[in-house]
Design a protein around this ligand. Structure first.
Ligand code: DOR
Ligand code: ZN
Length: 450
């Protein structure tokens, strides 16, 4: 049993929260919750309590690129970032495109036990965009994968995309599209605009993203299926999403922390830490993304945590792979860009980082081992109330911290925020009542502090 003392759910009035058997057993005014002598006390005076975060877009690199990240190191980074569940992208080696690989990743995640790791299945065999992978077999596997993506690559063929959308309807699945018309981004290095013209780097036009989002929204509407748009990065994409949602189509979208904060002029130093796909865009795009996340046009924040080894990343810009770390800095960047600017309150943060992504990934239901809709991964993104699974995060809203790459839990070091001083820190994370992260200064036993 754990008693969290004096925490503020959603930043509201302080309460005591008792956790027993992995669930929230009692919530009451400070001092009012009876607590057994052997309970562990967490002194959370003034800290903010939110449902544990859910990331629908993480690259864990296992199997195949364990030099860059493993399920273990990525899980540790996730827990430290306040996450209780992450969806692992299938651009592994081999690709996560069969029930066998899906189960392998899922079992690794549950053995490590720091966060629920839900593998995303590839849409096409080997992510080659040629023929559909065994979506049904992956959905039937122990992992109950219902999200599919060829992320890193776009499902370019519209008839394959249509068939994938039709297929996932059978199990209420979703296709998460990496929206990029590859024929418009051949050799592209950064956002196409004034900065790329000045630097002489080949540009990546906004229309390459927007054209696919428009096409896929039309397909999802036509088929009556669920589309999720990965890492939306342009103001034009936001307009298209607004239109698709107004039509009543089942289209959801995510934005990354780096697209909420950084702009394309970061490329000026030719430091590949700022190379990412989709690329960093303009200040006007950043403003449109913040507005869209605030008004719900963009449903959630997803990190696109993309570890790359120092060997791969420390090379010239054109040769470096795109991608940035994100799990341990996501909350802080969201606080800086959305909370400190008055665009989201703490309830809004809970919605965009926990409730909405849990719903999109269908892990918001009651967990079940017998094939219920949430499968074994349920219980995330739920309200903080008695009876709910104790998947929770405690945050110090007033802390600031200096991002030091060598101190991150990830196996890779490619954070674009190195040297930034960011607001807000994760103090503790609880997965089904078990602390996966807990600042030692807060912990005591009831007997010792009474
Ligand atoms: O920047 C990116 N990195 N974008 C992607 O779509 C893939 C990812 C990766 O796997 O490194
Ligand atoms: Zn992607």
């Amino acid at each position: 049993m754990i008693l969290i003392r004096g925490a503020r759910p959603y930043g509201e009035d302080a309460v005591d929260v008792l956790i027993a058997d992995g669930a929230i057993a009692a919530i009451g005014a400070p001092g009012s919750v009876a607590v057994p002598d052997d309970a562990q006390i967490v002194e959370a005076d003034g800290l903010i309590l939110l449902p544990g975060f859910v990331d629908v877009h993480t690259h864990l690199r296992e199997p195949g690129r364990e030099d860059a990240e493993t399920v273990a190191t990525g899980s540790a980074a996730a827990a430290l970032g306040g996450y209780t569940a992450v969806f692992a992208m299938p651009n592994t080696e081999p690709a996560t495109d069969t029930a066998g690989v899906v189960e392998q990743v899922w079992r690794l995640g549950s053995q490590i036990g720091l966060v629920d790791v839900i593998p995303i299945g590839a849409v096409t065999v080997g992510r080659k965009g040629e023929r559909l992978a065994e979506l049904g077999a992956m959905a039937d596997s122990a992992a109950r994968t219902t999200m599919f993506s060829d992320d890193g690559s776009c499902v370019s063929d519209p008839s394959l995309m249509r068939r994938a959308l039709e297929y996932v309807k059978a199990f209420d699945g979703v296709v998460a599209q990496h929206a990029e018309e590859h024929k418009l981004t051949v050799d592209a290095q950064m956002n196409e605009g004034a900065v790329s013209a000045r630097l002489g780097l080949k540009g990546w036009p906004a229309v390459a993203e927007e054209a696919i989002i428009a096409r896929d929204a039309l397909l999802a509407g036509h088929v009556g299926s669920r589309l999720h748009v990965c890492h939306v990065s342009t103001a034009g994409s936001v307009d298209i999403l607004r239109w698709a949602k107004a039509k009543g189509w089942d289209v959801t979208a995510e934005v990354t922390p780096h697209h909420l904060l950084l702009t394309d002029d970061r490329a000026e130093g030719y430091d590949p830490l700022f190379k990412v796909n989709p690329p960093l865009r303009t200040a006007a795009d950043v403003e449109a993304l913040r507005e869209a996340l605030a008004d719900g046009t963009i449903d959630c924040v997803a990190t696109d945590h993309a570890p790359h080894s120092t060997e791969d990343k420390e090379t010239e810009w054109a040769a470096a792979p795109p991608g940035m770390l994100g799990l341990q800095t996501a909350l802080s960047v969201v606080v800086q860009t959305m909370v400190q600017t008055g665009k989201l309150d703490w309830r809004g943060v809970a919605d965009r980082m926990s409730v909405a992504p849990a719903r999109i990934g269908r892990i918001d239901g009651v967990p079940s081992s017998d094939g219920g809709p949430a499968g074994p991964n349920g219980g995330h993104g739920q309200p903080i109330e008695v009876g709910r699974a104790a998947n929770l995060v405690l945050i110090d809203p007033d802390a600031t911290w200096l991002v030091a790459p060598s101190e991150l839990a990830s196996k890779s070091r490619n954070t674009p925020f190195a040297g930034f001083t960011l607001p807000a820190r994760v103090i503790a994370t609880f997965l089904r009542g078990t602390p996966t992260v807990l600042d030692g200064a807060l912990a005591a036993t009831a007997g010792a502090t009474a």
